[in-house]
Design a protein around this ligand. Structure first.
Ligand SMILES: [Zn+2]
Length: 105
């Protein structure tokens, strides 16, 4: 999220939008704000994914070299691509847990 971004409840933005509809009929300057609020409300709801600390710790292990890929089968690399996994490899098993987490959110 950008540093100058804040998160507001959809209901609050909805109320502001309703107010701006009325304001925009009286004040021309209110129309761009009304349109921005309408555009924000048209965006799909965002879901916040909280990655378990243990999984972050294990992913960090791959990044710093504490857990390495065995490269015996289908570990992700420049040839096989990023999406392949070897369920015999400890690093890939961590990635499989991340994959499962992504599917769950
Ligand atoms: Zn691997």
């Amino acid at each position: 999220m950008a540093p100058d971004t804040i998160t507001l409840a959809r209901a609050l933005v909805e109320r502001a939008y309703q107010q701006m509809i009325h304001a925009a009929s009286a004040f021309k300057a209110a129309k761009p704000v009304r349109d921005e609020l309408r555009a924000a409300l048209a965006l799909p709801p965002t879901s916040t994914s909280v990655v378990p600390a243990e999984l972050v710790h294990d992913l960090e292990g791959i990044a710093v070299g504490r857990t390495a890929h065995v490269f015996n089968g289908s570990c992700p690399d420049q040839v096989e691509g990023e999406m392949v996994r070897d369920d015999e490899c400890p690093a890939c098993r961590i990635l499989l847990r991340l994959d499962a987490h992504k599917r769950a959110v």
